[in-house]
Design a protein around this ligand. Sequence first.
Ligand code: ADP
Length: 396
Amino acid sequence: MDDGALSFVNELLGIINEQGDMRLIVEKFLAALRREFVYDNVAAYLQDDRTGSLEIFYARAIGRAKTAEADAAWGENIALQVFAKMKPLVQSPDAGSETEDRVRQPYLLGLPLRADGVVNGALVFVRFGGPAYEENHIAAATLGAELLSILFERRAWRRMNEELGALKQQLQLQDDFVSTVSHELRTPLGFIKGYSTSLLREDTSWDPETQKEFLTIIDEEADRLSLLIENVLESARLQSKTLPLRFQPLRLDAVVRDVTARIRSRYKDLDVTLDLQSSTPIQADGVRIAQVFENLYTNAVKYAPGSPVFVGLKQIGRSLVVTFTDHGPGIPPESLPLIFERFYRLRTEKATGTGLGLYICKQIIEAHRGKIWAESNTNQGTTFFIQLPINQVPRT
Ligand code: ADP
């Protein structure tokens, strides 16, 4: 190989080793290839993982007939044949089709693209009006196709790796969830069993006050149990988008006030400040939105114990924004993007929970075409934001 050829191969290798946007790399690569192998148009077709059919990945017209740029139909036929026969193909215009119009005299060259030795696509070149492909041209184009195959294969590996990573994380969360749920189910069940067994003991008589105390515990623990089961079911239904929502005109300020009254009677010591603009009614499911607010309150109680809570409501543009702010320990920045994921809990968390609350909130808000997110400073507190559009089209 002479020095020129060597530095050309090195240049192509350098391009496929570049990091960044795949299409830009492919574009740069094919432009560089064109210095040794002249063509008018090029198109790369790759097999779609799901459908199995060939899809156009990249098409470009460089030389004559630039108008054909957006349309890669010219290469489809030969791409399919290369794919089916798994070998390079050359097609010259019919001998009888002598015409002045070069665009109607395509010289096509189709080369297989491979992943792991298996043909998974085709790279097609066209020269309008010739010249016909000579052996050394085909050799240069084949080198191009082989190097592009490496690039595509690497992309497929990278994607697979990412999917595997996501899957692994999901499995880990499911694993944690099974142990959390079984622990969470056992705790209230243990109380219910313990206190009811005590009450049923024939050798002991309990005074009415103690009986009432035991029954109250049983009652509360049964509530906790049914809430947990409800949450697990609900998160499954929300994930599969089968939870029906009842949209009606709703005043968010009224919902915040209602929920706040309930929360105040449940947590007598909680210091809540409201700053609510009276708001335009929006189409929303009142029960579900109340559930979101209640969840944010109980999280503040659980994770920012003793902190005052500030709830605001403002109209910003065509959206209503509700904020819940506490001055608790906050959430570390690395956990912040994860807290809305199903089953996610901070590893250090001592308070009870399943990691489903914020996931459920997010699903509900998104079903209203809204957004929910949190901002937090460690040791200063956390603010949850809920943004709901005023003229949203409800999900059907
Ligand atoms: P759960 O409360 O069942 O653990 P959530 O989905 O409601 O599940 O919350 C996920 C995690 O986010 C919690 O385990 C907690 O670590 C963190 N978190 C939620 N709200 C707050 C808050 N106001 N302050 C600090 N951490 C919070």
